[in-house]
Design a protein around this ligand. Structure first.
Ligand code: ZN
Length: 418
């Protein structure tokens, strides 16, 4: 097993042009004493939509690391892969996010469920967990229900893990994450404990786990939900993880992973407090926000850049149903509040940038506009070289946007100690 650094920070480089600007943010953070490991992640879905290969993300990252002489560790995440999609990620990646969402709720063999319950009498009853005020009350029924929901998914995770080990030639020198975030129902701490016991039974050296938390984690916009409840749940999950490490022999480096983590400004303070208090690690993914910074950079540049940004919106609006469909669980767009094309075509740079930039104090900010563009990267992919040439022509201004967004709006609020 490759030991995962304590703090890993996922960035997305959809068009393989942003790695240098992203790495600059990590370098600047390091100078401020914030030690976080860059983790380039791009999901199978994103590769499919763009028509790219995982090796291109690796190449861009390697080049940035060499050019900027980054001497720290860095990781390449095969994000949300499963047994049918993992193969092309095996060679370029050293972090694998096993997505078992499709198997949540799928029936496991009843004999396996019964065996799991028999094996874990310690899960039933009143369970005191250090850091959680009241003991977790877990009935046999809850263990059975949770096993019904998740046991099959953990078995599937084992199959994917084994497949990666054998495809890598029997070497386990990668980080394993299990993600359950792209599902309908949040997992409460008691379920988390039962799931971790099942993962330990499967012998998967899991180092990060992405639960679905309460509240909405919509792409590129702030958390929607009860912040106090999130804080409680996040802290309880940390306690459950620490307990599971001791009880089930899971890796010491096991930590929580927050997916769709960009722009969740209202929960950064609770997360920061929780990791400072407990000494826990964290993995956070912020991938899609980088592509939006490219569009913001183009719009800021004005001229052809602004025209291209308008064209991207016009096409995204035309194809909004198809673009939104794969992201239904992670966006909330009020279609009546999407500005008409004619209106956007009349916008200045400042108006476009105001609408797109996530600044809740700016009356021009439009989260519906932002979310549609967030899922609209396919439009830029279809523009091919026209889009890539625009990125090159406006590289300086875009790089500033990308670096600044990561450093000032994400890394510092999450990790900087006052
Ligand atoms: Zn996810």
């Amino acid at each position: 097993m490759k030991t995962c650094p304590k703090f890993t920070f996922g960035v997305g480089d959809r068009f393989a042009h942003g790695a240098h600007a992203q790495l600059q943010a990590f370098i600047a953070a390091k100078e401020l004493g914030i030690d976080i490991c860059p983790t380039w992640n791009k999901s199978n879905r994103e590769h499919d939509i763009i028509g790219s290969e995982p090796q291109s993300t690796r190449d861009a990252a390697d080049k940035a690391v060499a050019d900027l002489t980054w001497e720290g560790e860095y990781l390449l995440d095969a994000d949300h892969i499963n047994l049918t999609t993992v193969d092309r990620f095996v060679a370029p990646c050293n972090f694998f996010t096993l997505d078992v969402a499709d198997d949540i709720g799928a029936a496991a063999d009843p004999a396996d469920i019964e065996a799991f319950i028999q094996k874990h009498p310690e899960l039933i009853g009143s369970i005191s967990i250090e850091g959680i005020e009241k003991p977790l009350e877990i009935s046999r029924d809850l263990v059975k229900q949770t096993a019904d929901q998740f046991l099959k998914a953990t078995q599937k995770a084992r199959a994917i893990y084994d497949h990666i080990v054998s495809a890598k030639g029997g070497i386990d020198d990668f980080v394993t994450e299990i993600s359950m975030d792209e599902t309908d129902k949040p997992q409460v701490p008691a379920e988390m404990l039962i799931i971790l016991a099942a993962i330990a039974d499967q012998g998967i050296p899991i180092q990060t786990i992405a639960p679905k938390f309460t509240g909405r984690f919509n792409k590129g916009v702030d958390y929607v939900g009860d912040v106090a409840q999130f804080e409680q749940e996040f802290n309880d999950d940390l306690s459950v993880l620490a307990h599971a490490i001791k009880t089930y022999g899971l890796p010491e480096s096991l930590k929580l992973s927050v997916h769709s983590g960009s722009d969740k400004f209202s929960i950064y303070e609770p997360i920061k407090k929780a990791i400072a208090r407990t000494g826990a690690g964290l993995h956070i993914k912020t991938a899609g926000t980088n592509w939006l910074e490219e569009v913001i950079g183009l719009a800021t540049a004005g001229g052809d850049g602004l025209e291209l940004a308008k064209e991207i919106y016009a096409k995204a609006l035309e194809k909004k149903e198809a673009l939104c469909e794969p992201y239904a669980t992670v966006i909330d767009i009020d279609h009546s509040k999407l500005p008409p094309i004619e209106e956007v075509n009349g916008w200045s740079s400042e108006q476009y940038v105001s609408a797109l930039t996530h600044d809740q104090s700016n009356p021009g900010y439009n989260p519906n506009f932002r979310q549609l563009l967030h899922v609209g990267f396919k439009i830029a992919a279809q523009m091919g070289d026209r889009y890539l040439d625009a990125l090159k022509a406006n590289e300086e201004i875009i790089s500033q946007c990308v670096t600044n967004n990561l450093l000032e709006r994400h890394m510092k609020p999450l990790f900087a100690q006052e």
